[in-house]
Structures are given as C-alpha cells and as structure tokens.
Ligand binder design. Sequence first.
Ligand code: SAM
Length: 423
Amino acid sequence: MSDFQPYFTNDGSVGLYSQDFDDIYHSASGALTEAYEKFIYPINWEVLLNHDDIKILDICYGIGYNTKSFFNYIFENKKKLVNLKKNIKKNNLNNSNWYGAIYTNNNLVDNPQIYNDTIHTDNIYNKITVTAIDNDEILFGLSPFIKTGVKNFKNNSDILDKHDINKYLNHRNKKIPKINDLINFQILSKIAQNSPEILQNPLILSILNNNEYNRYFKSDFKGLLKHILTNRPNSKKLLNLHNIYYRYLSYSYKRGLKRYKIQDFDFSIKIDDARNVVKDDKNLYNLIFLDAFTPSKCPCLWTYEFFKCLYKIMEQDGMLFTYSSAAQIRSAMIEAGFEIGNIYNERLNKFQGTIAVKNKALINHPISEADLGLLKTRAGIFYRDENLTAQNEAIIAAHKTEVDNSHRISSSQYLKARRKNEL
Ligand SMILES: C[S@@+](CC[C@H](N)C(=O)[O-])C[C@H]1O[C@@H](n2cnc3c(N)ncnc32)[C@H](O)[C@@H]1O
C-alpha cells in the first residue's frame, strides 16, 4: 500500500480510500453496515448450520470487515443459531454428532485456568477455517488494530452525510453494528502465530505510531503489539500473550471472552494475487466473499476464468456473495456454471449485489426476466483472462475490443425495446 487514507464512514466505522485504484475500499455510507448487508445477512443459515466444520474464503480481505462481521454475527446471535442447529439436527438424524462436540480450542487449550473458565456445552461449529486473501500485507497487519464502531459517531465531524445517519437511526433495529474487540484480538493472535513477519513491517509500525491516525486505531492493542514484537512469537510466548491480555482485560471482558471465544479457528493468510491462490486451491468452501475493487478498476478478479476457479472450489451447497450486480459479472458467473440470484437489502428495501450458488434451491430472490435479458446485450459481455495472469489494463483493452466488435444490441436499445413492448 503506497498510501493510507482512512476516514469515518457514515455508520461510524473506519473506511479506506485507495489512490492507486482511485476507488474506495468501503462504502462511504457505512463500511461495517455494508459488510453485514452484502455478506452476512444474506447467508442461508439453515444450510450452513448443516455443517459442523465450515470453510470460508474471504477474497480481498482488506482490513477484514467481512470475516470479522461473520464471527460477530455468530456470537451476537449464538442462542438463535444454536436453537436453529438443534432443530435442523433433530430433523436430520443421519447427521447428529454436532451436539456436545469435543472442544479443541487452539488458543486457550494450553492454559488450564482459561480453558476451564471458557468451556461450555453449546457449540455452533466444531471448526471454522478462514482463508483470507489480499495482495496488500500492510492491510493484513493493520486489520486487528482498526476501531470497529465509533460510540459517539453522531457528533463525529468526519462523517460525510448526516442524512444517512438519521436513516440508520430510523431503521427499525436502531442498531449500528460494532465488532467486538475480542474478535480483533483473535485475529491479532492468529497473525502473530502464523505470519509474525507481517507485524514487523516498518510501514505498519510507522502507520500505527503516527499520531495523525490515532483515532482510527485501538490504542490498547498497540500495547499488545509491543509485547508481540519484543517477544518473538512462538507458541509459548503466545500463551503469555493470552495471559497478559486476559489479566489486562476488565472482568466484563473476561465474561465476553467466554462468549466470543472461537473454538477451533484456523486463519490462513495469503498475501498474493487472488488468482494465484484460487487456481491451485484444493479446498471446498461453504462461503466465498468476493469483495474486489469495482470491475472496471480491477477486472482480473471478475473474469469468466476466475469464476470458473471459484466454481471448482465451492461446496455443492456453498454460497458466494458479492456486492456487484453488473451484467457482465453475472453472465461470467453463469458461464462458469453458477446459478445466480439477487441479494435483498432489507434496510433499503431493494436488491443489491449477487449470490452465486451451485444449487438453485438456495436462491431466494431470482433475477428478473428483464435483468436476465440484459445479460444477452453488450453489457453482458464478460471479462476474459485465459491464463489468469493478464494485467488489468490488458483485460480492459481486450474487453473493449470485444464489445466494440460485438453484434449484440446495446443495453439501452434492449431497455427501450422492452419499454415499447410493455406499452
Ligand atoms: C474493496 S477492498 C476490500 C475491502 C475488504 N473486504 C475489507 O473488509 O476491508 C479491495 C481489496 O482488494 C485487494 N486487491 C486488489 N487487487 C487484488 C488482487 N489481484 N488479489 C488480491 N487482492 C487484491 C486490495 O488490496 C483491497 O484490500
């Protein structure tokens, strides 16, 4: 990352802007709200809860809102999900070994005191594996330090549009999402454990120590970082990190730690072009979050060939979510074998984004006939990247040539003809 440009988005969470891509990383109307609305609320939980071990692929992890929101959601809704899971299992006797699962908490098992404190009998998943991909190491390193949720955001002068805040407050839940710090702590420990070199990057340290950015970072986490850096992390030292964190937390945090513990959580960090990771990946994912920059800026992560790779690594009842509803993205998904549907945004009462699945039964909001017709126009000509190695500029140029030479009608001609027929 050559520039770090944070700001508060309209739900009070921190968003970033990229000068290189001339694009925002997060919706200015609310980074955290967007993560929930595009990637978490549309999950079909009845399907996901059928699995005891789940795998999540977070493509374009950035500062981690989608992964963090997933964990936050399951902890915030734990009771509801545990009951839902019990009912699913009751109705499905062939698959009844989830309840009373053996706890193999990676983080806390070495410490009997903490372990005993945190054990309890209900569990939603035995194991959650997250594979997080981003080609920007700095963002990975900064992600656990980002403040997620600003208490007095109403008075925050950085917020762009007060009108939007009222919309959130008037929404029936009147609830601004917030990520629990304990989730950030888990992510920090995983990074320290699996990729400690990231945290030693001088650019990360200079950003974290720059006073100009203080209000975007959690100050107490910086103390933890100091501890990590002075004790080169190994499993023993990490245990120590847990002890320090545990001691230094207040009682209510300790209670929270029970609630927010992640039983068996694997966090695999891939600092690479997402194409390199998915083309050799042998996993099968239950959830795929695709949060790349907009297709016109970063087409390499929206091509037919890229979707073909994603199709191969998705479980039969897996779900892929993305914020884009663009015709060329949807036609690339269909060409790659996916069934697609709309994502419904309850707050705004409109469709936003796309869900791609293998099993059509998982689609709750099918694409309208009009939108499907649009895929056959020039707007539906998808990006190509045969060897998964082309530069964005080359993909854009080849796409433009294909569109210019196409005999398909344009989207505006199509829409005009449809309107005429409807009259
Ligand atoms: C829209 S932002 C994602 C925001 C992120 N989900 C979050 O919660 O902060 C897009 C991300 O894509 C990453 N990126 C851009 N090109 C990439 C590529 N070819 N492979 C992997 N990551 C890429 C950028 O570093 C950036 O973090």
